[in-house]
Structures are given as structure tokens and as C-alpha cells.
Design a protein around this ligand. Structure first.
Ligand code: ATP
Ligand code: MG
Length: 243
């Protein structure tokens, strides 16, 4: 992924040289098409899963009473929307605004996350403290949900089986503060400045996109994201959003 310094260099090259401008524009366009194509290919089988679930529900209405059925349907729909966002990667910073209750959003995320902790995570203690009446928020609900799920996923991965995760929210005047605190491995001081960079990962199998995407989304909402961490003791991510 390119850093600001590379982007500045690229822009300069494009201004100075018409051939470079054409080639770079073409490359950028190809890149966007590739991302859109991959997202589209994943969306197809996911649509099949979603249709199959709907057919099951029509044929066996009793499934709606199964625990986790509604949550599963919601999660599948969430993934479909997420892929739709990715396929329009071009508009990465474009927000789809709606007005929603931030309290409901946070509570739903807490429930989804609690459900996602399976037996293997039985020694993870997850708790949340979300006050009532946080108020209405105008923003991109799907993208904000993605930010919080990324932070919770990181917390779970940092804990590796045993520890605590706490999700809290509070509002002071026009600022909403959301914190995710874990008792996991913490972040070594030498890594802390780079964790928000795209593709910067210190774990096996990570893409290193979670935090960079989250930062981009929070900043597109005029908010900020920060981290405090102690190696071996735990980490707290703080998201502040103007409300
Ligand atoms: N809660 C946390 N505790 C300890 N380290 C963390 C925490 N959150 C992030 N990190 C560190 O920051 C790095 C970057 O995180 P990021 O979410 O961007 O990517 P990732 O988790 O490695 O990969 P992906 O999110 O794509 O699965 C991680 O590899 C990890 O080293
Ligand atoms: Mg991550």
C-alpha cells in the first residue's frame, strides 16, 4: 500500500509526464476493477446462502424460533452489504448516511460478538457498558459497525483464549466516546506507530487492513481513533465521534 510520500511522488510524476499520467491512471483503474471483481465473485455464493436460508425459513417457519436464527440472517445480510461496499471501492471514503440510534447499534454489536465467542473462547470474559439514551447519530451505520467489529476481533486475537474484553460507550456534550479494552498481549512500543498503516500486520494470517480501514472510516466521520497499550498487559482503543 502506498504512503503519503509515495502518493505525492506519484502525483508529481503524473503532472510532469503525460505518458506517466496515462500509465498510472490505467494501473489505478485496473486495481479498482480487480477489487470490484473479487468482491463480486464472493457476493455470488453468499447470495446463494442467503436465498437458501430464506427458503428454509419459508418451508420451516419454526426455524425463526431457533436461537441465533435472526442473528445469523442479520450477519449474512451484513456481509452482503459489506461486499457491496467493497465492490464500490472506488468511493472508499463515501459514506451512506442514515440517522440511527447509536445505543441500538452498540448493543447489537455486543450481542453479535458475544454469540461469536464459541466454546473455544470460553475463558474470554466479554462485558459491555452501553448507557441508554446516547442519542441519534447521523453516519454510515454499516461502516461504523465494521470498525467496531474489527476492534473486537483484534481484542479477541490479542487475548488468545483467556482474558477480558470490555466495550464501553459514553457521551459528553457533542462527543461520543467508544472504548474497547482488552487484557491481551499488548503492542510493543516499537510497533505502535505503524499499526494503522495498511498491510501492517504482526500476526500470522492477518491482512493488516483492519485498523487502516477503521481509521479511514472514523476519519471520514470527522472522528479520531487512538490506542494505548502496554506489552503483556493489554490494549485500549478509543474512538471519538462528533455527534
Ligand atoms: N488489541 C490489540 N492487541 C494487541 N495488538 C493489536 C491489537 N489490535 C491490533 N494489534 C496489532 O496491530 C496490528 C494491525 O492490526 P490490523 O487489525 O490492522 O491487522 P491484523 O489484525 O493483523 O489483520 P486483519 O485485521 O486483516 O485480520 C496487528 O497485527 C497487531 O499486531
Ligand atoms: Mg485485525
Amino acid at each position: 500500500m502506498m504512503h503519503n510520500i509515495d502518493i505525492n511522488k506519484m502525483n508529481r510524476l503524473m503532472e510532469e509526464n503525460e505518458d506517466a499520467r496515462q500509465i498510472i491512471s490505467q494501473l489505478l483503474e485496473n486495481h479498482q476493477v480487480t477489487v470490484s471483481t473479487i468482491a463480486h465473485e464472493i457476493r455470488n455464493p453468499l447470495t446463494l446462502i442467503s436465498s437458501a436460508l430464506q427458503i428454509m425459513q419459508v418451508q420451516h417457519p419454526e426455524v425463526t424460533e431457533f436461537s441465533h436464527w435472526k442473528q445469523t440472517m442479520d450477519d449474512v445480510n451484513f456481509m452482503r452489504q459489506l461486499l457491496e461496499e467493497l465492490s464500490t471501492f472506488n468511493n472508499g471514503n463515501t459514506l451512506h448516511y442514515s440517522v440511527f440510534s447509536i445505543e441500538h447499534l452498540l448493543k447489537n454489536i455486543a450481542i453479535s460478538f458475544a454469540i461469536s465467542l464459541d466454546e473455544a473462547d470460553s475463558d474470554i470474559e466479554f462485558s459491555s457498558s452501553i448507557p441508554d439514551k446516547l442519542g441519534k447519530y447521523t453516519g454510515d451505520k454499516i461502516k461504523l459497525e465494521e470498525v467496531l467489529l474489527n476492534l473486537l476481533k483484534n481484542a479477541k486475537e490479542a487475548i488468545a483464549g483467556k482474558g477480558t474484553i470490555l466495550l464501553t460507550a459514553s457521551r459528553k456534550k457533542n462527543v461520543l466516546t467508544i472504548q474497547i479494552k482488552d487484557s491481551g498481549c499488548g503492542i510493543p512500543a516499537e510497533n505502535i506507530d505503524s499499526i494503522f498503516e495498511p498491510f501492517k500486520t504482526y500476526k500470522q494470517g492477518g491482512t493488516g487492513l483492519g485498523l487502516s480501514l477503521s481509521k479511514r472510516i472514523v476519519e471520514a466521520h470527522d472522528g479520531s481513533i487512538s490506542v494505548a497499550s502496554r506489552e503483556g498487559q493489554g490494549t485500549t482503543f478509543t474512538v471519538k465521534l462528533p455527534i
